[in-house]
Design a protein around this ligand. Structure first.
Ligand code: FAD
Length: 483
């Protein structure tokens, strides 16, 4: 079958690799010149190097992403710095580290009890909240915000400010007053509540994000390796062709689709999701027609493309759900220092004070060979955008100097401030997140915004792409869906 994937972010690439692995002939179209979507590399002229569109971390719990990397012949152990779970502040006032040697989940409980910077009351409150969550099967009251959940579990104000609010903003890119408690509970399940130690480990990429695995997909596609079987391809027709710098603006149906009897040797002709006599799809004015299209852009792009197709029963409600998503920005400030500077930990918590322009929330050691790059991450970055850029940068440099007191940070030579305005969707309660199927025959959707059970994260994108390709395949072959 001929399959088009629109979007070369982690969801689209995961969909394309899965589809080609299932034996399909796949074309992927990406607007940008570089693959990876929001998790891509960009050139920073001021720094004369490539950096990421924003610092990302993964978790040991990101099993689909790690499995995909292994399938592509990459060794995750070499591609990430693996850190045991820790929350350490740059100024040393908070230090929570899972001690070595203890099994999960005891390692987190022991880390919390031994944490520096929290009172006994705060430690016990945090443990109680985690215990209640675990016992409830990681379920929170329906429609509750994180703020409401924190009140319900009697979390003291200082603990909220010091631990829960920074964790919520960092993982959901949504402030506690608005954030969905249920999604936060899923994040806590996979981090603080992990049932195996490695699952809660934090993984920091050693390479740029585009090099991490998207570049490998392109390399295998170019060499024709996907058609040769090592990635599970079951058909000689399997191939992946990637078209970068190509924006798709319109979809339309044309002609009649292939009989599934011809394609699969099965009994019943076209099957679920594809009515008999189904049409094939054409993208813009391209000459070729596709049996299936997987739309893997963000919600605005996906709803725009779906709206170019003829109306379908249920289509308006589907589009309304997509249009209801709101987004929040993330900013990343990269600093180039005069000389090498090694942080006490590759990732440190910063105390925020927006009135003083101290917007930084997390500080990361750059993975450059010279150890001269630092990355400061600001989630929920609307307040920063109100500031003049140079003042905001000066404020954050001042913040680092104050909070890294005692570590003598070298002079800053250059900087790059990257703001991704639609970094993630706002993870509010009761958001209706669609699955991979759409009311339009032959069209599936994937992306971190689909109903993955995760907030907008890389693992959600990878799972969504994989599941969309599997659903598409099952729909055409009549096969039942794997997990
Ligand atoms: C600054 C920042 C920091 C983040 N930090 C983390 C983190 O630490 N950990 C984590 O897990 N997640 C993090 N995330 C979230 C993570 O980056 C996203 O969840 C993930 O990249 C989403 O992937 P996606 O494929 O669903 O969407 P996208 O990455 O948005 O990919 C969609 C792609 O489709 C393309 N496209 C859209 N429309 C068309 C069209 N019509 N034609 C052709 N191409 C089209 C776009 O150009 C884009 O490349 C962060 C995000 C940002 C921005």
């Amino acid at each position: 079958m001929r399959v088009a994937v629109v979007g070369g972010g982690w969801a689209g690439l995961s969909a394309a690799v899965t589809a080609v692995g299932l034996g399909h002939d796949v074309r992927l179209f990406e607007s940008a010149a570089v693959l990876g979507g929001r998790a891509r590399s960009v050139h920073a002229p001021a720094l004369e190097t490539d950096i990421d569109n924003g610092q990302h971390i993964l978790l040991g719990a990101y099993t689909a992403t790690l499995a995909l990397m292994r399938d592509l012949g990459l060794d995750p152990a070499r591609r990430f710095v693996r850190l045991p779970l820790s929350v350490r502040s740059a100024d040393g006032t908070l230090d929570l580290r899972a001690p070595p040697g203890l099994p999960a989940p005891l390692h987190v409980a022991a880390g919390l009890l031994a944490a520096r910077g929290l009172s006994w009351k705060e430690k016990l409150s945090a443990l109680r909240a985690m215990t209640v969550l675990r016992r409830s099967g990681w379920k929170t009251p329906r429609g509750a915000t994180v703020q409401e959940w924190l009140s319900l579990t009697l979390q003291p104000p200082r603990l909220r400010a010091l631990l829960w609010a920074p964790l919520c903003i960092a993982t959901l890119n949504t402030p506690v007053e608005q954030a969905c408690a249920q999604l936060f509970a899923h994040v806590l399940r996979d981090s603080l509540g992990a049932s195996r130690r490695g699952v809660s480990d934090m993984l920091i990429p050693r390479t740029t994000l585009s090099e991490l695995w998207p570049a490998r997909v392109e390399e295998l596609a170019r060499s024709g390796a996907f058609g040769q079987g090592p990635h599970g391809a079951s058909s000689a027709a399997a191939a992946l062709e990637i078209h970068r710098s190509t924006t798709i603006r319109r979809l339309r149906y044309t002609g009649t689709g292939p009989s599934m009897r011809e394609e699969t040797g099965g009994e019943g002709g076209l099957c679920a999701g594809m009515p008999a006599g189904a049409q094939r799809l054409v993208l813009d004015d391209r000459p070729e027609a596709y049996d299936a299209v997987l739309l893997c852009g963000n919600t605005p792009s996906t709803s725009r493309l779906l709206a170019t197709l003829p109306a379908q029963p249920g289509g308006d409600a589907f589009l309304d759900d997509l249009r209801a998503f709101e987004h929040a920005p993330i900013a990343t400030l990269t600093l180039e220092l005069e000389r090498s500077f090694v942080l006490p930990s590759p990732m440190l918590l910063l105390h925020e004070d927006r009135h003083r322009g101290h917007f930084g929330q997390w500080l990361f050691q750059g993975q450059d060979a010279g150890r001269r790059l630092l990355h400061v991450v600001v989630s929920d970055a609307d307040a920063l955008l109100q500031w003049e850029r140079s003042s905001a940068v000066a404020g954050m440099v001042e913040q680092l100097r104050e909070q890294l007191r005692g570590h003598a940070m070298p002079a800053v030579l250059q900087h790059a401030l990257i703001v991704e305005k639609r970094a993630t969707f706002l993870a509010v309660p009761d958001l209706r997140r669609p699955g991979n199927r759409t009311p339009w025959p032959g069209v599936w959707v994937a992306g971190d915004w689909t109903d993955t059970g995760y907030p907008a994260v890389l693992e959600g994108a990878v799972r969504s792409g994989r599941d969309a390709a599997r659903a598409m395949h099952a729909s055409f072959s009549g096969a039942s869906l794997g997990s």
